[in-house]
Write a protein that binds this ligand. Structure first.
Ligand code: ADP
Length: 312
């Protein structure tokens, strides 16, 4: 039977506009480059990844009563996601990320969170009552809802995974209840601990600093092309990345967390095996352009791991 994974998080429409150069203040430029409207937001990316990797995925998010909200709803439904906990706000529009990509690949992003900040306490409680095998939250929605969701999960012995982005020094992580996994990337680790994780020593220092603030069984640091680092308070392990030609890491971290959580549930909570599977998913996503289009299915991941094994 499929493992049920609940994601409580953000959903945005991403407006991606390509331009050779940025306009100066007061200037209008016309670009012949393309633009795209694509589903985004850390919660949405994670939900799509969990569903493609084979979870019975329940997504709790808040959309606006507008055309972006409608097309995101249809998109998640077509992905096979359980959309019964996607709520519609009458007051606030769907979250929008406006992304400008320059010719040299640099991007500038403005996020308007809109409805994402208005998930209600009762929406969260109702979603937890679907009794998932695990719940994943990020920090891109109202923090009070994240704190409450962890509390509801703790009361029902549902393991909680926190993908620690976007990070902010203002968030008091000690308010979170008991977590199974807390997983920041390099930048988020530095914001929360003041330590940039590079090699073993800085990783262990950062992981210890996190465990001093957050009540978590595992800390899993996402380290881009270096893979990830796992610490449980006693044992520390690097799990090496798969070698790929990285072209766009958008959604690599979100997909990594979905993969880590799902595989952890599927393989009897073996964190090292789950980390290896998650590294494969992150590498696959990084090696293709775009967010959702680059997220693989479970079968594709197994094929990728086998091919990499045969290359050795
Ligand atoms: P985020 O997307 O949150 O910044 P990372 O960049 O650390 O997170 O990526 C998440 C995971 O994706 C990494 O831990 C790794 O497993 C995989 N990954 C990311 N970039 C690469 C890369 N260049 N080569 C191989 N794997 C990668």
């Amino acid at each position: 039977m499929k493992k049920r994974v609940l994601i409580i998080g953000s959903s945005n429409m991403d407006f991606v506009c390509n331009t050779e150069r940025l306009p100066a203040a007061g200037e209008t430029i016309t670009t012949n480059e393309s633009y795209m409207l694509v589903p985004g937001g850390k919660g949405g990316n994670t939900a799509v990844a969990a569903a493609r990797l084979g979870a019975d995925c329940v997504f709790c998010a808040k959309l606006g009563n507008d055309s972006y909200g409608k097309s995101l709803y249809d998109f998640y439904k077509n992905e096979g996601i359980d959309v019964r906990h996607l709520k519609c706000s009458r007051e606030y529009p769907t979250g929008l990320a406006s992304i400008i990509v320059e010719g040299n690949g640099d991007n500038r992003i403005i996020v308007y969170p809109g409805a994402n900040m208005h998930i209600l306490a009762e929406d969260v409680e109702a979603a937890v009552i679907t009794y998932p095998g695990a719940a994943i939250m990020q920090l891109e929605i109202n923090y009070e809802r994240v704190v409450e969701a962890v509390q509801h999960c703790n009361e029902r012995d549902i393991p909680v995974v926190i993908d620690a982005g976007p990070a902010s020094k203002e968030l008091d992580l000690s308010r979170l209840g008991h977590l199974e996994i807390f997983s920041p990337n390099e930048t988020e680790t530095e914001i929360f601990t003041g330590i940039r994780p590079y090699a073993y020593e800085s990783c262990i220092k950062a992981a210890i600093a996190i465990r001093n603030i957050v009540n978590t069984k595992y800390v899993v640091l996402k380290l881009g092309s270096k893979g990830c680092f796992i610490y449980d308070g006693k044992y520390a392990n690097f799990s090496e990345a798969f070698k790929v030609n990285a072209v766009d890491t958008t959604a690599a971290g979100d997909s990594f967390t979905a993969a880590l959580t799902l595989e952890y549930l599927r393989n009897g909570k073996n964190i090292l095996e789950a980390a290896r599977y998650a590294n494969a998913v992150g590498a696959m996503v990084a090696s293709k352009p775009g967010a959702a289009p680059s997220i693989p299915t479970h079968e594709e991941v197994l094929r990728f791991i086998e091919e990499k094994e045969n290359e050795k």
